[in-house]
Design a protein around this ligand. Structure first.
Ligand code: IPE
Ligand code: IPE
Ligand code: MG
Length: 243
């Protein structure tokens, strides 16, 4: 039974399958990542048009450093160039950019690029786009705990939540993974506790508006109970959903 037909407020996506997309076409993996940037541009536009408030995407994981060196450097360059090219249009479209992840081991020029893009879109209010880059769910939980410990504060679910890298947004309502794998691969381990999961067999470069609508339609078909029973939902909808 559908609980509500409201568009999911926060959609999170593991953008997986770029490498396989390229391999099937006898292209280098980086060609797949380039197509992946185009797919992301289309997805951002489609989400904004559908009234989504927050889109969080997984672009590079803590573990992706272990890939072949040329793929890693290619991905770094691709991100740097994509930001430079896209940020003005994002600002015009009202999209506020946040980069979520460990910045300490990025180059100084990369860090400056991320900060500049965040500043250029800081006034935007139509939709938040979180790009998880050099991100891992375990990193986020550990860094939140470490910052609380350094301040001598108690570690509770609420204090940890407030110290997380995604504390500026609510938890994702719908978490999509493309590419056919049914795992989280260290994405949003804490925040996905009550997210509706949707796995698409489409490779990320092929993920289009119709595929997004299929995922949103599946979300509408779910009943989010947050530990309650169905009969309680009519009386106190979302009572236990974290704000
Ligand atoms: C996801 O695509 C993008 C990144 C991890 C950077 P992949 O590169 O993992 O593509 P597949 O899974 O090998 O097809
Ligand atoms: C997850 O995909 C990371 C990103 C999409 C950025 P991976 O391709 O790295 O995940 P595994 O290795 O299949 O679990
Ligand atoms: Mg992959």
């Amino acid at each position: 039974m559908a609980q509500s037909l409201a568009a999911p407020t926060h959609i999170a996506i593991v953008m997986d399958g770029n490498g396989r997309w390229a391999k099937r076409r006898f292209l280098p993996r980086l060609a797949g990542h380039k197509q992946g940037v185009d797919a992301l541009r289309r997805c951002v536009k489609a989400c904004a048009e559908r009234g989504v408030s927050v889109l969080t995407v997984f672009a590079f994981s803590s573990e992706n450093w272990n890939r072949p060196a040329d793929e890693v450097s290619g991905l770094m360059e691709l991100l740097a160039r994509a930001i430079g090219r896209e940020v003005s249009q994002l600002a015009r479209d009202g999209i506020r950019l946040h980069f979520v992840g460990e910045r300490a081991n990025l180059t100084a020029s990369m860090r400056a690029g991320l900060e500049q893009a965040e500043e250029q879109t800081a006034h935007c209010t139509r939709m938040v786009l979180n790009i998880c880059f050099n991100y891992g769910g375990r990193w986020d939980i550990a860094q939140a705990a470490a910052s609380l410990a350094a301040r001598g504060e108690a570690i509770t679910p609420d204090s940890l939540d407030a110290a997380m890298a995604l504390s500026h947004v609510r938890d994702p309502d719908l978490l999509i993974r493309t590419g056919g794998e049914m795992r989280l691969s260290n994405f949003l381990l804490w925040q996905s506790a009550y997210s509706e999961l949707f796995f698409s067999d489409k490779l990320w470069p092929e993920f289009d508006e119709a595929a997004l609508d299929t995922a949103i339609a599946a979300y509408h078909g779910r009943e989010r109970r947050f530990g309650l029973i169905s009969e309680q939902l009519a009386q106190e909808p979302h009572a236990l959903a974290r704000a």
